[in-house]
Design a protein around this ligand. Structure first.
Ligand SMILES: *Cc1c(COP(=O)(O)O)cnc(C)c1O
Length: 354
């Protein structure tokens, strides 16, 4: 007998690289290329450092909570706040996926889902996307222990029609369905209005992408009071003080600047449309994306090779050496200047290979 026999062994999630070097064009982790709202900057200066002496307020007692309640027009007990949506999703897996039946999610999706299932010992089954990288709703209509998928999906950017989302929720009213809306602000239709109709639906959102606040770690879930109640019971059985005082304050400042939020989302959508045209001209194909990224494959040069060559030019994109997606690059939409640098680098890389 060795102490290692009783260790919980997991293969952890691998996030995109965060290079320490300056001057990198970072298009690999779907961060926003623009700064957070200027209101966030001024709020940082107003933060009272003395407050760090105290435990933070509980999320439900915070101004961020009230702000989210009124912003989304939901009831007082319908929101759960966590340390990024990763924390919210992890707590939701632990709370709601407690059946002997397998939970279902796509084979190509956010690569944290199978990690949480493994670490919590939740049985799961992945369902293959079709050849156009669409989620096949038929695969989610049978008996299961729960369903989770991002809409739009990651890393493909493909958006599922809201009627199909509803069909999946309707067919699964005996389990919890989680819709991960990390990228919903870039042009998709949210399933949020459906929470009044289905008490088994949990919507998860984040400040990391469309609010340019990945470093603040703010995510939240919206659902019916009962769902949120169960989520809080589990969360308060793990760690009471998840959200730090500063994140709670800065999140409010971001929510108070709706005009800026709309502006940066609009800019990213415009740059995404321009990127679609440029990439097409360079010989890339990709599914229509509703995220702040494009999942692209080149007609004649291997993705892995382009990935390495771009890295030499200090341009980082994301590449997975995994079945079905090993000839694709996930390219985050940066500023127009960053994308111009990408197009120039791609032209040079491709010119000597085709
Ligand atoms: C980025 C991302 C998340 C996690 O974001 P947080 O920074 O933890 O809020 C969750 N789901 C998907 C699909 C994502 O792409």
């Amino acid at each position: 007998m060795n102490w290692e026999d009783n260790v919980r062994k997991v293969v952890p999630y691998v996030a995109g690289e965060q290079p320490q070097k300056n001057g990198i064009i970072k298009l690999n982790t779907n961060e926003c290329p623009y700064p957070p709202s200027p209101l966030v900057e001024s709020r940082i200066k107003e933060l009272e450092y003395q407050n760090l002496r105290l435990y933070p307020e509980f999320p439900e007692k915070s101004k961020l909570y009230d702000t989210l309640v009124s912003y989304h027009g939901v009831g007082r007990e319908q929101i759960f706040i966590g340390v990024g949506s990763d924390d919210v999703l992890s707590m939701a897996f632990l709370t709601f996926f407690n059946s002997d039946m397998p939970i279902l999610f796509p084979d190509i999706t956010y690569s944290f889902y199978d990690v949480w299932a493994e670490v919590y010992g939740i049985p799961y089954e992945t369902k293959p996307l079709d050849d156009d990288f669409r989620i096949r709703k038929e695969d989610y209509l049978g008996a299961n222990g729960g369903v989770i998928f991002p809409n739009p999906n990651a890393p493909t950017g493909v958006l599922m029609d809201i009627d199909e989302v509803e069909e999946i929720i309707r067919a699964n009213q005996d389990v919890v369905v989680i819709v991960d809306e990390a990228y919903i602000d870039f042009g998709g239709t949210s399933a949020l209005p459906l929470i009044t109709k289905y008490d088994n639906l949990l919507i998860v959102r984040t400040f990391s992408k469309s609010r340019a606040m990945a470093g603040a770690r703010i995510g939240y879930a919206i659902g019916n009071e009962k769902l949120i109640g169960y989520l809080n019971d589990v969360k308060y059985s793990v760690n009471s003080y998840t959200m730090n005082h500063m994140a709670l304050e800065l999140g409010v400042a971001s929510m108070e600047d709706e005009a800026y939020f709309k502006e940066i989302c609009g800019r990213i959508i415009a740059t995404r449309e321009r990127t679609e045209r440029e990439l097409t001209a360079l010989g890339f194909t990709f599914p229509k994306s509703y995220g702040n990224f494009i999942f692209a494959s080149h007609s004649s040069v291997q993705a892995g090779e382009i990935f390495e060559e771009l890295k030499k030019c200090d341009i980082y994109v994301r590449f997975w050496n995994k079945p079905r997606i090993d000839n694709y690059l996930r390219i985050t939409i940066g500023t127009d200047e960053q994308m111009d640098a990408l197009f120039e680098a791609l032209k040079k890389i491709l010119a000597v290979r085709i």
